[in-house]
Structures are given as C-alpha cells and as structure tokens.
Design a protein around this ligand. Sequence first.
Ligand code: ZN
Length: 340
Amino acid sequence: MRPQSVEAPPVQELLPGVYQLAMPIPVPLKVVNLYLLPGRTGWTVVDTGFHTPETEARWRLALARLGIGFEDLEAIVVTHHHPDHMGAAGWLQAQSGAPVLMLRQEIPQAERFWRPGTQAGEAISAFFQDHGMPKEVAAPLAPHHQEQVERVAPFPEITPVDPGQELRLGRWRFEVLWTPGHAEGLMVLWEPEARFLLGNDLVLATITPNISLWPFAAENPLAQYLASLRQVAPLPARWVLPGHREPIQDLAGRVREIEGHHRERLARVEAIVQVLERAGRLATGWAVNLELFGPQPDLFRTRFAMAETLAHLEYLVLHGRLQRVEGDGAMARFAYRTAP
Ligand SMILES: [Zn+2]
C-alpha cells in the first residue's frame, strides 16, 4: 500500500478525555488500540504502532482530525517494548520533541530487541533450534526479526518511570503498575478516581495475550503473568481500555477466564509430553509445539507459537511437573519428560 492511499484511522472519544485511535498494523493481529489524552498544556499519546510510512501518514491524518499537530504532544507513553506499541515512538519523538516514558524494568528488553546492531533475531533462532525447531524453520526468523527492528527505528530516547509513581497525563492522575508476563516490564496505568485501566496487552477481551519465553528474559513469564492478573483483578475498574479488540467491563471475570485458559493449556502440554514419552519420542519444545498448535502460516505466528509453548513447558518444569533433560544432540539440546 502506498502511504498516499492510506485512510484516516478511526478515532473515537471512549470516555470524556480519552480518545482511542485504532491503528492498523502489518501483522496478523491487524489493529493496535492507541490512546490520546488531552490536557490543559498538551496531549499525551499512549503507544504508537509500527513505524512504517503508512503509520506516519495515519498519525498525520489522526492528529489533523483531532485538530492538533505534533507540537501539541507533550508525552509519549510506551507500555511495553513490542513493536506494535513502541514502533513509532522514536519517530513521534523526533516530530514532537516529547519525552518517551517507559517503565524502567522494560528498557533492557527494548534495548535487546531493537537497538541497531541487535543480535536478538539470531539469539531467538538459535534458542528455538536448541529446543528442536528445524534449522530451515528457525533460520528465517533472524532476518524476519531484523525487518521488525527497522519498524522500531529510530530508537527513542527513553525517560524511565517507576512502579507506584503517579503520572499526570491529560486530565488524569494515573498510578503506574508493573505487571510483567506478556512483557518483562509491561506497564498499565490505573486511574483510581474515574476507575479505568489503560491495560494495553495485560487483559484482552476475545483473545489471550501471548506469553512467550525468550532467550534473554525471565525464566518463568507465565508465572509472572498469572501473578500480574491476580494483582489487577481486585481493581474496581469500570473500564479496561485494551491494546487490542474491545474494552472490558468485567475485569475480574475476564481474569478468571484467562486463568482457566492457561490451566487448561498447561494440562494439555503436560499430556502431550506424556503421550510423546509413551510413544518413545523425544518431547522437544518443537515436538510439543507441533502437537499443540500445528504448523503456522507465517513467521510471526511460528515465533509466537513456539515461544508460547516453551513458556508453558518451563512453567511446568519450575512447578515440578516436568523435567528439562538433555536432548539427543542431533535434534535438540533440550527436551522434556514427566517428573518422577
Ligand atoms: Zn504486546
């Protein structure tokens, strides 16, 4: 698509003082919800979209529709390092001069994934091969990652924020919450008076957020994620305004559903390991992934399916249900078997 053929993305005022911008993204998820918060001295942007020529054109059209320009932006919040959220932050910063705010805990991940010269793609490809992914499947993941690095350029200058900090954005006073799992330093913003949560990818309505094990991240992201769900479930939220799909009104109810989904998936993963074991087959991460998700139609989904499988396998190891063992060398460095 040529940038000049781009249409203005839908912008709607979901709550008085909270605009949602539904930004198309070039990945299977299709749209990321960004938020714009007007205030007395300027506007705050929460998340940014992939940095592509189309995104630039759409940002211009969206701001024009709101009757503002880049010079009216006074802060750019990036909730986590994923490219649909962080991608255009550096470019928006260059246009506006606004600070880019990110949770301190997330900055190392952003650096590892997106700093020019990063070897993250190679590291992910090697990590998956250690877990049995065939080389011909894993190798294209490295250049594919590099393509995403170009969609998160330029790398912004980041101003760290800390958990518990109060952030005055737009007309609101948010409490900064650190809710790791979907990303190591994922930040959600809680507005205790109006009782809404800018929840990005912590809790989604009709899909479950991807929980991935990466070679350079927490050893048990699924446990972190489940703890983060328990942390936010009691919030008396009227609205959760998410990073994808529809807003959520019943936060505690949706948390219960997502917890149930992961309990089922853990049981399924454990059962797959048992079946492979009984069949005398090596239960590598890749073998389990194929049983769980089957072959994926594109590199994004290949990567997320494998990383999600590994997050569940490692959870089961760290909770004593499975053991990580030596692979057979030729096929994989690691495999899994049921705990004695
Ligand atoms: Zn995300």
